[in-house]
Design a protein around this ligand. Sequence first.
Ligand code: NAP
Length: 353
Amino acid sequence: MMMSVRLCVALAVLAVANGVPPKASDVGWVVLNSGVNLPVVGLGTWQVTDDRELEQALDAALEAGYRHIDTATIYRNEHLIGKVLKRWLSEGKVKREELFITTKLPVYGMRPADVPYFLNESLTKLQLDYVDMYLIHMPFAVKREAYNNGRIDANGTDLTTDHLAIWKAMVAEKEAGRAKALGVSNFNETQIERIIKNSPVPPANLQVELHLYHQQKPLIRFCRKNNIAVTAYSPIGSPGSKWLTLLSGKELPDLLNQPDVKAIAQKHNKTPAQVLLRHTVQWGVAVIPKSSNPKRIRENIDIFDFSLDGKDVATLDALDKGLDGQLFDMKHIGGSESHPEYPWTALLDKPVA
Ligand SMILES: NC(=O)c1ccc[n+]([C@@H]2O[C@H](COP(=O)([O-])OP(=O)(O)OC[C@H]3O[C@@H](n4cnc5c(N)ncnc54)[C@H](OP(=O)(O)O)[C@@H]3O)[C@@H](O)[C@H]2O)c1
């Protein structure tokens, strides 16, 4: 059977002349099961809420050929993204159909009636009629008042979460044309399978933490089998999230200085970040690196003029630490771990395939 999740990076590699930064048309994409093209490199925007910083980053990204932008209600920056997109669209520098904008239903909006409410709010802020992808951000839920008050503890958790009812509300938004494709984030296989078995519209995309030390190979295989595209968040290992160490005691990995990554980068005359991103992309996975630095923004999309060989891939594949390499177990969202839909409990007992 011909799979509709196909990676078109090879075409992009052929299309790009050596050393020349990619044009938007040269960037590879993944064809989603909904028939929409997901550009394989997108700009992450989490933890950027400063007006000027985000505007500069978006301008640099759009100029460098990015057409895929990842945001979420909880990033509190959709209004800034909307402002920049409106300028680019009204100046005719980009067409709406060339853009791929993803946003997400918040963890405190996990009831069916919340779906139209929060999607409308996102569309208003983004100044768009539709988003290209609407994701359920987390499988568990937090009561809105608890999130707003900043006291998210076990009592703030909303235990009534019904994924199928929420998904039905998501499908209604797709049918109404307000979301071109639907997906989930931070869901495990069981949770995705439940949706597939009970809805005529399967998720088109799974967005999960995925990087050198947490490569998610079993989950990628599961998604491939089910025709679901995977997007890697924190593909560089989120080096800016220093707060994580304070909150969880987890050490942030220094993937950019990992000796094998550095050696492979030197061999190809590319940077460690480019090797990390290329490794993930060669697995057929989209990446959404965040950067506010124009030079690094350009660097992160300039990954289509080289290819990792079998030996490079084997070396990098072998560095996977499985669940031990996970950074974001979301336990900083108080009570998440005791929620019935906390996604990673079962995995602790499951051998890595
Ligand atoms: N669905 C979810 O639950 C979820 C969770 C986390 C993240 N996300 C999404 O995924 C995106 C990416 O993840 P992330 O922000 O956690 O981490 P990331 O993209 O792995 O790393 C971002 C950090 O790397 C630095 N950086 C970027 N490019 C670099 C380069 N070429 N060389 C050296 N350093 C570089 C950035 O600093 P500078 O800005 O200074 O360049 C920033 O500190 C987020 O922004 C968000 O859109 C989704």
